[in-house]
Design a protein around this ligand. Structure first.
Ligand SMILES: *Cc1c(COP(=O)(O)O)cnc(C)c1O
Ligand code: SF4
Length: 388
């Protein structure tokens, strides 16, 4: 057995361990275990500095999780956009391909709790129908391996998936969505890197949330992936008590660049079961973004996005840097709140003027308004505003 596999086996996961190590009440620990099991491997556990710290909050079950069990199980409607088991096809040219239900650690804020943990939740039996779908749909040029964590598969199994994907000529790029470099960096072995190298272009997106997760071990893992030729990006979730602070996020982004990881996405936390206590305001997110853009390397500034509830996909949120925009000019403010004017150029193909953009908003709202929609009143108000 490889070291990383042994570390999974040695993870804290039983009710007894939760009571002993973290002082949870036994009944609460039992309920939490039924709600979403714990898996805290010895590496990630070693990063905890004190109870309730940003590492602890991400991995140790908390009784607050039991307060909002009414929230949606599948807020992003991934299942309804699943044409065959294991595939989510939301965008025109790329799909999510779930290849395992297992992870190197179970994050308490996970939005895929319905898929993650038990082996039955994502069945390997269905891989064949997924491959068939990918083969038949020639519009798919980008496949994102996800789960669970795809690097929970053995090297052997993982290589089988990569080589099968590479046998499909219309698939141009393969992405691996994995938290392993952060939560179990021992998984990034030389053998794994040698396998990945054979199937380029392979992109890796990983998931660091706090500067304490940058350690000698995670540094080595990210460097290995970069040396194997993988561009590595980071997807971060803003969470209360973990990283809802501009200085913490800036430090994280800068440290990631030092280990050759670029910022990719910064998400608002999703409205999901058992994770409401992590949520923060949109203003907190905008404030973090404003403290990055211009203040540090653009390579370390992620796209700030909300994964729209109901399956709308990722939508960018940008602080308002445009003070005014008309046919003649655009008035901008920069990161230091200094104002600059850029003269417009009339190329007789000018779709973005103010009057036209009002019409655009009006049409979008009208097309989306429906009598049964819970947002109907909000949309009617927007319509009134633009018609003023
Ligand atoms: C996030 C996501 C993707 C990838 O989106 P990019 O913006 O291309 O990174 C693809 N499919 C689904 C269902 C997703 O949630
Ligand atoms: S690694 Fe991803 S899928 Fe697994 S528990 Fe964490 S957030 Fe959920």
């Amino acid at each position: 057995m490889e070291l990383w596999q042994q570390m999974i086996r040695d993870s804290i996961h039983t009710v007894d361990q939760l009571v002993e190590k973290f002082g949870l009440d036994r009944d609460v620990a039992k309920k939490l275990d039924e709600f979403f099991q714990a898996r805290i491997n010895p590496y990630y556990a070693s990063l905890i500095r004190y109870p309730g710290d940003p590492i602890w909050l991400q991995c140790v079950p908390d009784k607050k999780e039991l307060e909002d069990v009414d929230a949606k199980e599948d807020p992003l409607m991934e299942d309804s956009m699943s044409p065959v088991p294991n595939i989510t096809h939301r965008y025109p040219d790329r799909v999510l391909f779930l290849v395992t239900s297992q992870c190197g650690m179970y994050c308490r804020f996970c939005t895929r709790k319905r898929k993650v943990g038990d082996y039955e939740k994502i069945s390997m039996k269905n891989l064949e129908s997924a491959f068939k779908y990918l083969e038949e749909h020639t519009e798919i040029r980008d496949v994102i391996l996800s789960g669970g964590d795809p690097l929970m598969l053995t090297d052997n199994m993982f290589e089988k998936i990569l080589s099968r994907l590479r046998s499909i000529s219309h698939i141009e790029i393969i992405r691996i969505g994995t938290k392993m470099p952060c939560v179990l960096p021992q998984r990034i072995t030389d053998n794994l890197c040698n396998i990945i190298k054979k199937y380029h272009p392979v992109y890796v997106n990983t998931h660091f949330n706090h500067p304490w997760e940058i350690t000698p071990e995670s540094t080595e893992a990210c460097e290995k992936l970069a040396n194997a030729g993988c561009p590595v990006g980071n997807q971060m979730v803003i969470m209360r008590g973990v990283n809802d602070n501009p200085d913490v996020v800036k430090e994280l982004m800068q440290k990631l660049l030092k280990i050759r990881v670029r910022a990719y996405y910064m998400f608002m936390a999703d409205e999901t079961k058992g994770a409401n206590h992590f949520r923060t305001s949109i203003e907190t997110g905008l404030n973090i973004y404003e403290h990055l853009r211009g203040h540090t390397s653009g390579l370390g500034v992620p796209h700030f996005v909300i994964d729209a509830p109901g399956g709308g996909g990722k939508v960018p949120i940008i602080p308002n840097y445009t003070l005014h925009h008309d046919e003649e000019k655009i008035v901008l403010r920069n990161y230091k709140n200094e104002v600059y004017v850029y003269k417009n150029y009339n190329d007789n193909n000018n779709p973005g003027t103010k009057a036209e953009s009002k019409t655009k908003v009006k049409n979008i709202v009208k097309e989306n308004i429906s009598d049964v929609d819970e947002n109907k009143d909000t949309l009617l108000n927007i319509l009134q505003e633009v018609e003023k």
